[in-house]
Design a binder for this molecule. Structure first.
Ligand code: AMP
Ligand code: MG
Length: 429
C-alpha cells in the first residue's frame, strides 16, 4: 500500500473539471430513419410554410360561406393528393376529402354530416363560417420559424416534424465511441463458474447498459489483468478507435491498482480522488499527447508494435471508475453520463432533480458528499424517499430498484426525516 499522490477534490469541482475537459463531438448527417435518440446539432429553420396549402380537416363540401342555406351544384371533387382543377363558380360546391386542397373560390368546408345530398346537388346549413374546417397555410410553421433547436434529442414528434418539412437527413452530433474495460485478476466471464476468490465481471454489463442508455457506441474490451504491460497494450489499441475510455477497478491505492499510473503516462490526470461517497477513487484524464517516449504535439507513432503510424491523439477522455459495483455506477451517473451528453451536444446534461421528503434520518459523511440511494413513492402531492437500506458501496442491492440519488452534503448534522431535499431522479415510480 502507498499513500495517494492525488489531492482529494470537492465533488462539484471534479464534475466541473470533467465537463471543462470533455469535447463536443463533430456533426454528421443522418437519415431521419436512424435519428431516434440522436441530438440535433444545428437549429432547424422552416424554409416553406406548413401546411403548404389549405387542406381540409374533414370529409364534406368545399363552399363559399356566403352561399349559406342554398342548394348548390356539386361540380367536382378534391381528394387527398388529387386537387380539384380550377376554381369553384358561385352557387356550387366541390366534394372534399380530409387532406384535400381547398379549391380556389371556396372559403370553408361543411362536414358531410351537416348537408342534405340529392343527386348532384347539396343543401348547406343556414349559418356558415368562412375559415371553418380547413387547415390554413402556415398555421404549423411559417418560413423562418425555428422548427427545432440545436441540443434537442430527436424523438418521434421531432422526427415527424422534420420529415413533414421534407428533410431526409438531419445534422446530428456524432455518438461517442466508448471503449469499456474491466480490470482485475479476480474477475471471470459471467456464466463461467468462479474459482476460489473469483467473482463474475458484473460491472461490464452494468456499465454497458448505462453507456448505451447515455447514447454511447460501446466496444467491450473485456477483462484486463492486473498487469501493467498487458493493460497498457489493451488501452492504447482501444484508444485508436475510441473517443473515451471507461474502466472499472484498479484505481484505489492498493499495489495492484494500475489504472492511474497508466493514464498519467498517456495524458493528464485532472481528477485522481474525490470527496464523494461512494466513489472516492474516481479518476478522470485527458489523453491529449502521445504515450510516454513517443513524439508529442498530438501525434503518436507506433507504440508496442500496435499503433498505425502516425496516430492523431486529439481530445480523448478517460474515466477510471472504482471497482465496487455501486461506486462505479454512482460515479457514472455523477461524472460520466453528463460528459457523454456534452459530447453529443445535449442542451440538458443532467438528470432532472426534484424536491423529495425524506422518510428516514439521512446521516452524512463527515468529509464527503454522499449520494444515498432511495426509492420514491407518492403521498398526496409529495414524493417521499425511503432508503434502500445499507449504503455500503459493495452492496448492489442498494442501487437495484432505486428511483433516485439523494445528495447529502458533507458534515455532522443529520438530515432529519421529514426534511425536503433535492434528489437526482433516475426513474419515477
Ligand atoms: P478495485 O477498485 O479494483 O480495488 O476493486 C474494488 C472492489 O470491486 C473489489 O472487491 C473488486 O473485486 C470489485 N470489482 C472490481 N471490478 C469488478 C467488476 N468488473 N465486477 C464486479 N466487481 C468488481
Ligand atoms: Mg482491482
Amino acid at each position: 500500500m502507498r499513500a495517494s499522490a492525488y489531492p482529494l477534490i470537492d465533488a462539484d469541482e471534479a464534475a466541473t473539471l470533467v465537463l471543462e475537459h470533455t469535447p463536443v463531438l463533430g456533426v454528421e448527417h443522418v437519415a431521419v430513419g436512424d435519428c431516434a435518440g440522436r441530438v440535433l446539432a444545428e437549429d432547424l429553420v422552416a424554409e416553406a410554410p406548413l401546411p403548404a396549402f389549405p387542406s381540409s380537416a374533414v370529409d364534406g363540401f368545399a363552399v363559399r360561406a356566403s352561399d349559406a342555406g342554398k342548394t348548390l351544384r356539386v361540380v367536382g371533387e378534391s381528394a387527398a393528393g388529387r386537387p380539384f382543377q380550377g376554381a369553384i363558380p358561385p352557387n356550387s360546391a366541390a366534394r372534399i376529402l380530409t387532406g384535400g386542397v381547398l379549391p380556389e373560390g371556396a372559403d370553408c368546408v361543411v362536414m358531410v354530416e351537416d348537408v342534405e345530398l340529392a343527386g348532384d346537388t347539396v343543401t348547406v346549413p343556414k349559418a356558415l363560417n368562412a375559415g371553418a374546417n380547413y387547415h390554413k397555410v402556415g398555421v404549423d410553421l411559417k418560413p423562418g420559424d425555428r422548427i427545432l433547436a440545436a441540443g434537442v434529442q430527436l424523438g418521434a414528434a421531432e422526427i415527424g416534424v422534420a420529415a413533414a418539412t421534407g428533410r431526409a437527413n438531419l445534422p446530428v452530433r456524432r455518438r461517442p465511441r466508448v471503449a469499456l474495460m474491466s480490470t482485475g485478476d479476480e474477475l471471470v466471464e459471467v456464466g463461467k463458474r468462479p474459482g476460489p476468490g473469483q467473482i463474475p465481471d458484473s460491472n461490464r454489463w452494468a456499465l454497458l447498459a448505462a453507456l448505451r442508455e447515455a447514447g454511447a457506441d460501446v466496444t467491450v474490451l473485456g477483462i484486463a489483468p492486473d498487469e501493467a504491460d498487458a493493460l497498457r497494450r489493451l488501452v492504447v489499441a482501444a484508444l485508436l478507435e475510441a473517443d473515451a475510455l471507461v474502466t472499472s477497478g484498479g484505481v484505489s491505492v492498493g499495489t495492484h491498482d494500475l489504472v492511474k499510473p497508466l493514464l498519467e503516462s498517456l495524458g493528464t490526470v485532472h481528477v485522481g480522488r474525490v470527496k464523494l461517497k461512494p466513489g472516492k477513487p474516481f479518476t478522470f484524464a485527458t489523453l491529449g499527447h502521445a504515450p510516454a517516449g513517443q513524439a508529442r504535439q498530438g501525434r503518436a507513432t507506433r507504440a508496442d508494435g500496435l499503433l498505425p503510424d502516425p496516430l492523431t491523439w486529439g481530445e480523448r477522455v478517460a474515466f477510471g471508475l472504482p471497482g465496487f459495483p455501486v461506486s462505479s455506477l454512482v460515479t457514472f451517473e455523477v461524472f460520466v453520463r453528463p460528459a457523454l451528453r456534452k459530447m453529443q451536444g445535449f442542451g440538458q446534461l443532467h438528470r432532472p432533480s426534484l424536491p423529495v421528503r425524506l422518510a428516514y434520518d439521512a446521516r452524512p459523511t463527515a468529509d464527503r458528499t454522499e449520494y444515498q440511494r432511495v426509492t420514491l413513492h407518492r403521498e398526496g402531492r409529495e414524493l417521499v424517499a425511503e432508503t434502500t437500506g445499507s449504503q455500503s458501496s459493495s452492496r448492489l442491492m442498494s442501487l437495484a430498484g432505486a428511483h433516485a440519488l439523494v445528495r447529502v452534503p458533507a458534515g455532522d448534522q443529520n438530515l432529519k426525516a421529514g426534511s425536503i431535499v433535492e434528489a437526482m431522479i433516475l426513474s419515477l415510480p
